[in-house]
Design a binder for this molecule. Structure first.
Ligand SMILES: [Zn+2]
Length: 90
């Protein structure tokens, strides 16, 4: 996976927001934090760095997100076309 921590892209896809939270918990924000690269560039760089270093087993990917679970934490990058975060509640 190719990430650019200056432009906040993943394989050329622009990152709209990122998430860091507890692994295997709800991802609506109650167990972690959502932010945009503008709001929190530090978090965005951290998430992209984790994605860049994740192994295939740790990685979860679809059209609109790239995610990885490392240790007890879940890292997610939402791409610009992604659905709103509320829909990730499960
Ligand atoms: Zn929740």
């Amino acid at each position: 996976m190719l990430v650019d921590t200056e432009k906040f892209t993943v394989d050329g896809r622009e990152v709209e927001s990122t998430y860091v939270g507890k692994a295997r918990k709800c991802c609506c924000g109650c167990a972690g934090k959502h932010s945009t690269p503008e709001e929190d560039p530090e978090q965005a760089r951290r998430v992209l760095g984790m994605l860049a270093g994740a192994s295939a087993e740790q990685m979860d990917r679809d059209n609109d997100i790239a995610a990885c679970e490392i240790g007890k934490l879940q890292f997610i990058a939402y791409f610009k076309t992604a659905p709103q975060h509320g829909e990730a509640h499960s």
